[in-house]
Design a protein around this ligand. Sequence first.
Ligand code: AKG
Length: 421
Amino acid sequence: MPPSSMSPLTVMASPQFPAAQLPRAVASSRKVVRTFIDTASPAVFTHDIAKTGAGRLLTPNDLRRALQDEFVTVSVSQDGAFRSQAESKISERRRMPFADFATYVEDSNRQSNERLYLSQFPLDTIPVILGSDVATPSYIPDGSSLVSNNLWFGPAGTISPLHFDRSHNLLHQHWGHKHVVMVDPSHFHLLKPGSKNSVSPHVSSLDLVTSGFNIDLSRLNAPCLETVLEPGDVLFVPAFWGHHVISIDVAISINYWWRPPITACMCPSFFRMLSSRTVYLDPSVVTRWVDIEPHRLDTALCLFLADEGHTFGAAALAGAIVTAFCAKALRVLGIPDSPRPMREVGIGTLPNFAQAATVIPALTAQGLINSSQSNLLLKWLELAEETAAEPEPRVYTSERSTAVRDMIWRLHVELGRWLSM
Ligand SMILES: O=C(O)CCC(=O)C(=O)O
């Protein structure tokens, strides 16, 4: 049972994979910090850099002053763990005056297991008085596109269960302490994530917290790193690294998410996302996840991914690009959508590929593509449907991998100029 205020949190080591401590760096210059960011290696940067790079540390009273007249929507959990909404046990969101929420957070005589958490609260919605105090850390690489920065404020015992995010992240601890466990992206498939088309493909179903409110690392079948964040610490969580976070006492954090370069995304979770229904329906979403220009989402990128050995993900992306191209050509040529049955996949439906295929004879008739290109596009539509419909990414045999990589190459050479998003 979670304690009402802080009680010693014990971490039981896994006999197979005892946790190592996350590296700590007294980062006195951007250069030191960039060494970790550029290699997508997690680390905790201690006070010096936090003071110079991310404004002063906020206290609960600062939040009271800044938000006293606001209403906020908080997440509610019956047992402290803030799972994704599709999972059981997260019961509701509750709208309440911030002042009441702050009183609840600071109440040290709480008896119930229920936990309220102001989590992922976008900072652009709160008053300027707070915004100006929490300047974006200067050590986020120049030119990076910030996805969002958010406030996390809650009592002891709030748990953000093991999950990954697709953005790079700096989690700046302003007040209180948080225990963090991190898992390398190459092991995330061992942690029982949601299925690829679910609403929570990034959340592990492993519950690391035992009934005694201890963390049992033997439940992880993978090596991991851990640390306790103190006020002033800044944790770098590279994109796709699994992380599990418990507030040890009343805690305030602010995080900064920004898009990683494609080179930081070469891991199974990213390729799983590339073959999801979301990408099949709109491949341009990838440019909201990864720091690439929209016009670089093209067959050259697919070729690069295939050359890196990720043929299934490369094929899924190429297939999604071809399908989107055919859908666009249908609209441009004014070919009406025929109401065909949609195919059930995962939590939703996919457009029937036969419908996209109806544009190919029209493109050929108009002399825009030749018959060899027309056959190639048809093969791609079939492959697109196959990759999107697979419940999980397949590992191709080496022959199949070579054949698919050759198909990507042909697509790039013969039709690449048509197919950038
Ligand atoms: O602090 C927390 O509770 C979770 C933070 C987190 O998951 C994140 O910043 O990505």
